[in-house]
Ligand binder design. Sequence first.
Ligand code: ADP
Ligand code: MG
Length: 239
Amino acid sequence: MEESLKKSDRLAAIGELSARIAHEIRNPLAAISGSTQLIAQGGAVSDPDRRLFDIVLRETDRLNGLISDFLAYARPNQPEPRPVDFHSLVAELAALVTSDERFEGVVIDNRVDSTFRPLLDPDQFRQVLWNLMGNAAGAMPDGGTITVEAGQSDEIRGGGQRRITYRISVADTGLGMDEATVARIFEPFFTTKSTGTGLGLATVHRIVEAHGGRIAVESTPGKGTMFVIFLPTPPSSGE
Ligand code: ADP
Ligand code: MG
């Protein structure tokens, strides 16, 4: 018991240390990419060098994304739930992705009722939706549809007991996954992409658990994937 406690303390310390290092990498990285951009814009760079500058910029961008993903995973905040206009949250993200090349040819079907006001942490669920929608778009290189639904669902449990939960789903018409992949997707650092971090779904999982909920996935190779999140409702509107 004492032994395992010590081990978890040590793991927490390593987590905190790596989060701090990641955070400290941010500022010099911003200086590198900012300076590179200024030099490249200065017009003094010849064509073959410009290609090298582009590589520096692309790779610093990638490092930045990796650090953001890592920090979101390693430094989870305690959720601060409040009533959220979920339709607007999805609409906001749908507007944001129009400038993102991964979403070319991707239609976002926001089916969330505009009266739905679940109690959850809006910043954390913006991240959840962002990660799920980003993955969905990545699985649809030739375009397709992302369908987002959310509402209350009645679960009939053993003994005929009713339980009301929030149900949030994100479905795509993309490549899908085989069973071996599905079995590993929530593992931190598991990725099948050449430039993936493998932290998106691990972070989603962590946020859903922090809200007391669970996440399920259904996927068919060649057809698409659907993630479904179930969250407890506050006791007054629930059981
Ligand atoms: P990353 O996106 O960086 O690879 P994630 O944790 O977000 O990391 O996802 C892990 C892996 O799960 C992806 O590399 C991909 O293989 C698989 N995956 C996740 N979402 C989908 C999806 N909607 N369709 C197909 N595969 C998916
Ligand atoms: Mg991802």
